[in-house]
Design a protein around this ligand. Sequence first.
Ligand SMILES: [Zn+2]
Length: 350
Amino acid sequence: MKLLTFVPSFIKDAAKAVKRISQKEFKEVVDNTLTELLGIATLFVKMYALRREGNEDVLHLWCAHRDEMALCPRCGSISTDVYQEEHRCIRHLDVWCKKTFLHFLSRRFKCDQCDKVFTEELPFVESHRRQSTAFEMRVYQSCLTGTRKAVAVREGLSQSTVKEIFNRMAALNKSASAVGGTIRVLGIDEISLKKRHKQFILVISDISRKCILAVLPDREKQTLENWIDTLPPQTRKSIRFVSIDMWAPYFQAARNKLPWAKVVVDRFLDTWCLKAAGTGDKFLAKFLKTFRNWREQILNYFNERITNGFVEGTNNALRGIIRMAFGYRNFANFKLRVLAGFSTFHANPR
Ligand SMILES: [Zn+2]
């Protein structure tokens, strides 16, 4: 009965609320449940240590990265080439009222596209910070209702650290971006596994912050929708744009689950242009020049098709352009064909 003294007064209401949750809303506990609840889903916890430090127990979680890839902050392409690793330790939200630290390797990757080395960005901590964004957010919120001194004592931080965190989060809040679980631009990219070309995996990224949020095992609509469902409602609401490859299931998933977000296909074309430029083909080079001149009109056309929901048609049109671009060797014929295509674009003014 002694335990009852720890039960907070709101538990009666909470208990009622639990009864109202339908069984469908409960999710099965799987190996990544812990990190999802901790808000660090790109990691998994491999080991832990509970240490007596001073007069309190401190929890240390040793985490490994779930995926062997990162997004290049310069060109946005996916890199799997780990260049360097370094131990990093950050303070995170308390687990079971114990000060909690995350230990993991900070990874540097080498980008194939621009041949530069970059440090991977993570969705739960800003670069060079010693605390996770969620922890800093809590410090900030505590400061709104209490003194900085009290917050410093409770969290075991110096007052100058509390002040620095407060000022930083206040500034971030003002610009209303990149805070906690905010994803402004969601990127959905497919990559084919090197050894099995027919099999695709899906890379979900936060394009505004250039970091990978998840890697899904296939490119089925259901898989993507299930992942979107795991996002907290606030995070989902924060998504303004979804950047996709031209693959109808992505578009459908975005429309079903994030109907307020604008679907963008520009990156598909950017990637293609990069690939095309890389071939060194002079006909293609000429085509690219033409394409760049007409870019806005083409994209307007595609955006309009997408907002009208004719994604299949757009998909075919795009595939057609690519087939043409790679298939034509005679630039004059090719140009005629492309210009003929462009004139139909003008037949559909916005
Ligand atoms: Zn790059």
